[in-house]
Design a binder for this molecule. Structure first.
Ligand SMILES: Nc1ncnc2c1ncn2[C@@H]1O[C@H](COP(=O)(O)OP(=O)(O)OP(=O)(O)O)[C@@H](O)[C@H]1O
Ligand SMILES: [Mg+2]
Length: 398
């Protein structure tokens, strides 16, 4: 949950900021009158309700010199807060704002969409600064790259990936990004009901590839507090995205986010292999039918030969159904590794796909949702630390 504080008495502007936040950003808004600028930061902070803000909006209607003074103090004392100034952006104002540590200057008549984009970026910058201020634990400074894969199509990869990202988002708000590497026909955007302004195309070409802050501006914020990098609008754009692009992109994201969840296209194409080279974890989704199970067995054997199996292995048996003529043990014996999570066939999942609201976003319960929650728990550091929850690594003998 982000916190936005605006210092302004201009009701029309406050209304636009509120609209920009509602429904798109994960947070709430508190407004304070410009007179608080006379009182100093301590007094100002006393007037805040709840947690300290992530984004502080100065103006419109505040004296620019007062705003610069406050900005300078906040930049030194609370560098994790992103500052936005609302004023006609003349060269003089922009220069002074820059010296005072203000992130962006926006015109008072900016429209809701423009404000939304600026607020999203300010939230990203705040989250990134907070992470940068945390002491780096050894080996923990790179996020986990979780590849959700299967040799066959339609087995539930996107369902698993979107729910996993939403579930991880509640463990680590604003620290999760889902990347749609099903470049031709990806449907993460539709599964999360997002209308992305930018896609992977912009993220891998141009300045974003050199600069993680620019890259972050191409992500789409989901109201549940996660970020998404969606597949290109046109399938033909995927021709211009190479395996090297994928490697660089995932490396950049892993330095900025705690969890990078990658949804993939079926099979072992070049983008999937590039993902596996970097992945810390593979989530292997398999349906309860012979082609899907045999496909996974072959996939494991090829990847073992190529030494491309990520360290963390999480097998998911989806569409589990007693009437399929197969048992979980049959599946384990064929693929040669144990099944970690069983997700039964359930009507709630197609319904949630069609609505664009992953089931883990709501509070409904059924056995499929229970399976998905169990999968999320496997990535919860608290659960992993508990000795009784050690991830098993036994091999099933066929
Ligand atoms: N356990 C389940 N029970 C019933 N329906 C499910 C289950 N899991 C997934 N589905 C539904 O199956 C359909 C295909 O799922 P999904 O898109 O996640 O598969 P996919 O592996 O990503 O497919 P593709 O290979 O085409 O990307 C979706 O409509 C989804 O809601
Ligand atoms: Mg899919």
């Amino acid at each position: 949950m982000s916190r936005f504080v605006a210092i302004t008495a201009v009701r029309d502007f406050e209304g636009r900021i509120r609209q920009a936040i509602t429904g798109s950003l994960h947070g709430d808004l508190q407004t304070l009158p410009p007179t608080v600028l006379q009182t100093g930061t301590d007094e100002l902070f006393k007037q805040l309700t709840g947690a300290p803000p992530e984004v502080l909006i100065l103006g419109p209607g505040v004296n620019p010199d007062d705003a610069f003074k406050l900005a300078t103090v906040i930049d030194l004392q609370y560098p994790e807060i992103s500052l936005l100034m609302v004023a006609e952006p003349s060269t003089d104002i922009v220069l002074k704002a820059m010296h005072a540590g203000v992130r962006d200057v926006v015109a008072p008549d900016a429209e809701v969409n423009e404000l939304r984009v600026l607020l999203e970026r300010a939230c990203l910058a705040a989250a990134s600064r907070r992470r940068g201020m945390q002491p780096a634990e050894s080996g923990q400074d790179r996020g986990r790259v979780i590849a959700v894969m299967s040799p066959k199509g339609g087995v539930g990869k996107t369902t698993v990936a979107t729910n996993l990202a939403i579930g991880l988002g509640s463990l680590a708000p604003m620290s999760v990004v889902i990347v749609d590497l099903d470049l031709q026909f990806g449907d993460v955007a539709s599964g999360l009901m997002l209308e992305p302004e930018h896609s992977i195309t912009e993220a891998v070409h141009g300045s974003a590839a050199q600069d993680s802050m620019v890259l972050k501006a191409f992500l789409t914020v989901h109201p549940a507090g996660i970020y998404a990098l969606c597949a290109p609008q046109k399938p033909s754009e995927s021709d211009y995205i190479t395996a090297d692009h994928v490697t660089r992109l995932l490396n950049q994201l892993a330095t900025e986010f705690k969890y990078v969840v990658v949804d993939t296209a079926p099979g072992l194409g070049e983008h999937c292999l590039a993902t596996l080279e970097l992945a810390t974890d593979g989530v292997w989704v398999c349906g309860m039918d012979v082609p899907s199970i045999r496909g996974l067995r072959k996939c494991f054997s090829v990847l073992k030969e190529l030494q491309l199996l990520p360290q963390g292995r999480h097998t998911v048996l989806n569409f589990a159904d007693r009437k399929s003529g197969l048992s979980v043990q049959d599946v384990e014996a064929t693929i040669g590794v144990p099944i970690d999570t069983v997700i039964p066939r359930s009507r709630t999942l197609p319904y949630s796909t069609n609505r664009g609201i992953p089931v883990l976003q709501g509070t409904a319960r059924d056995s499929a949702i229970k399976g998905l929650r169990k999968l999320v728990q496997r990535f919860d550091p608290r659960m992993e630390a508990a000795p009784q929850n050690k991830l098993h690594r036994r091999v099933v003998v066929s």
